[in-house]
Design a protein around this ligand. Sequence first.
Ligand code: SAH
Length: 220
Amino acid sequence: MKKLLTLLRDNFRHKGKRQQLVNIIKEKGVTDKKVLDAINTIPRHLFMDSSFEDHAYQDKAFPIAADQTISQPYTVAFQTELLEITREDTVLEIGTGSGYQTAVLCELGAKVYSIERQRELYRKTSKFLQKIGYRPKQLSFGDGYKGWPEYAPFDKIIVTAGAPFLPKKLLGQLKIGGRMVIPIGKDVQIMTMFTRKSDTEFNKKEFGNFRFVPLLEDKN
Ligand code: SAH
């Protein structure tokens, strides 16, 4: 029990650094107060290996298990802001990873379904989110390119790995009026937002370059 409490500690030093991180993200242009508040609330250092704890509040991506990364906080904030999450939203996330983005979506009150392709991360993050009290609707170990037909359509879809091409099945799982935010490209990705106008029409808008670990095709 004592070890658990130590592990889960979120002290004044962490909180102070977190506020500084929020200021940096604001300076970079994110204005949505709910998103900034979520970043200010969630103890990012607990989502990382303890050897990186001192770096948790830098605005950088860091390694997690299975050769993956926890996304840069600015990127998380930027993608989340584009989604305009409300409490009524059912959201599909592709790439659970550390669970940090999942926690941001939960903090905003969304019903979150998240898919991860690395079994090790799926297991670890499922346990961890439960331990710190975030309750996504469901997590899944599987291939995000396929989406999650059982729970579709979704109000919002967020892809947190770099997609070499647009996964068509994901677009098909978006509600009319819903939006999907996805970084598309091979070495560098262009942040792209699709808004579904009708069964067959989508609006597309691009938001500049980002770098993500690749969205890999099914290995199972
Ligand atoms: N949202 C995560 C970002 C992790 S990096 C976070 O906040 O920590 C991207 C994640 O996408 C990695 O965990 C990687 O394993 C996962 N991924 C890559 N290809 C995938 C696929 N086809 N389906 C589901 N997840 C995938």
